[in-house]
Design a protein around this ligand. Structure first.
Ligand code: HEM
Length: 410
């Protein structure tokens, strides 16, 4: 896409939106020098200051979320045809929907996804964490993503959605295809492989609904079907799209939270020691990790009318990339924002779960999972440290940021 002619914020420099290895110094420059600019690489206006990001999230009428799940790179004709043939068109659980549909579906999903149901999962989360940590505790070393952070959130969300343990790997790999197809930088051939995975993934979700209509179950999709039968207005396809989005949103991001969090806490050794001796600091440490090193560094909106963000005039029908990873370190809201401080009083004001009508429905679950994991890790392996000389790799995409692997020893 071409930059709008005459735009003073045209950015031709070295902004590579797909490289998330360490975007923070550049975010800082943007906040100071051009807090809102047009990225030619993406064809998006990039919004980097706290106040502006929050204002965009808050105003769903001007800044619609309908583009939140659309692919950054155009889908190739072959991959598109494959997906369309199988009914895989315009699927969004909630985050890409707008009122009144969004309000109607979110109300019903919130009933099924209650705090009571989440709280009930805590003993099982702890049991899983202890079991997984105990497996590697006597080895003196571990790869934390592979041996803990990758599977645990998936097992939890699958429990909530009633998916058997044997399907963990399959659905996890479909979820990765989902990430790459929407936020990645794939070639046409790669797209075709991932498109087939998405077709299988969608069929699996449709099947989950069909099976529960025959045999009711005590899980989240089972609850949604019960609510439908009681007269709440939600279609079978909408329930399947909720499964499709939860089986992705419900673990990928929490895996990232754990990987980023354990890495930051070990890099900032005093913070790790502090939570080992004072576990009561853990809940705020979780918030600080979310602020400092968010699982999702940027999200999307589209303008429905002309508007002004910062002092930049943005025409209707423009795409926006709103950068929470930058907003979360904005000095105007977070004193010494570039410093990691687990005792920061306003860590919770981060925008990592969004803000406004789309505020993440799964945030209590994600925080509960990481809190429980940290309680057990600090209790069972308090001497854990990062292995020296490791190079941290981050998958190439615009939004989802976490180290692919994390080698530790004790
Ligand atoms: C660290 C983990 C997580 C992060 C960083 C995260 C982040 C986000 C973000 C940025 C949004 C979009 C907000 C907006 O557009 O304003 C969102 C929406 C959502 N998240 Fe999460 N999420 C996480 C975990 C989860 C989990 C565990 C679940 C479910 C079990 C979940 C379910 C959802 C749903 C359903 C929405 C859409 C809400 C709506 O549009 O009304 N998320 N999340």
């Amino acid at each position: 896409m071409q930059a709008p002619s005459g735009c003073p914020f045209m950015n031709k420099e070295d902004f590579n939106p797909f490289d998330l290895s360490n975007p923070f110094p550049q975010y800082k420059e943007f906040r100071q020098e051009k807090p809102v600019f047009f990225s030619e690489e993406l064809g998006y206006y990039v919004v980097t200051r706290y106040e502006d990001v929050k204002a965009v999230f808050s105003n769903w009428k001007t800044y619609t979320s309908q583009n939140a799940q659309s692919p950054f790179k155009p889908i190739s004709p072959k991959a598109k045809a494959l997906m369309e043939e199988q009914g895989l068109v315009g699927l969004s659980g909630l985050s890409g929907r707008i009122p009144p549909d969004h309000t109607r579906i979110r109300r019903i999903v919130s009933m099924a996804f209650s705090l009571k149901r989440i709280k009930k999962l805590e003993p099982r989360i702890r049991e899983l964490a202890i079991k997984m940590i105990t497996k590697f505790k006597d080895d003196g070393e571990a790869e934390i993503v592979k041996q803990l952070a990758y599977d645990l959130p998936a097992l939890v969300i699958f429990m909530l959605l009633g998916v058997p343990d044997k399907d963990v790997e399959k659905v996890k790999s479909w979820a990765e295809s989902r990430l790459l197809m929407t936020w990645g930088n794939l070639t046409d051939e790669e797209q075709l492989v991932h498109a087939q995975n998405l077709v299988n993934y969608w069929k699996y979700c449709e099947n989950m609904v069909a099976m529960r209509k025959e045999n009711p179950t005590d899980d989240l999709p089972g609850d949604l079907i019960r609510l439908q039968e009681e007269g709440h207005e939600i279609t079978d396809r909408e329930i399947a799209t909720i499964c499709y989005s939860q089986l992705f949103a419900g673990h990928e991001t929490t895996t990232s939270l754990m990987a980023n969090g354990i890495r930051e806490l070990l890099l900032h050794r005093d913070s790790w020691k502090a939570i080992c001796s004072h576990p009561e600091l853990i809940p705020n440490a979780v918030e600080e990790v979310l602020r400092f090193s968010p699982s999702i560094v940027s999200w999307r909106r589209r303008t429905l009318e002309d508007s002004v963000i910062g002092d930049v005039e943005i025409p209707a029908n423009s795409n926006l990339l709103i950068v929470m990873g930058s907003a979360n370190r904005d000095e105007s809201n977070f004193e010494n924002g570039e410093q990691f401080d687990i005792q920061r009083e306003n860590s919770k004001e981060h925008l990592s779960f969004g803000f406004g009508i789309h505020f993440c429905l799964g945030s209590p679950l994600a925080k509960l999972e990481f809190k429980t994991v940290l309680e057990e890790l600090t209790r069972l392996v308090p001497n854990m440290k990062l292995k020296e000389n490791q190079e941290f790799k981050f998958a190439e995409n615009t939004s989802f940021r976490a180290p692919v692997a994390l080698e530790v020893e004790w």
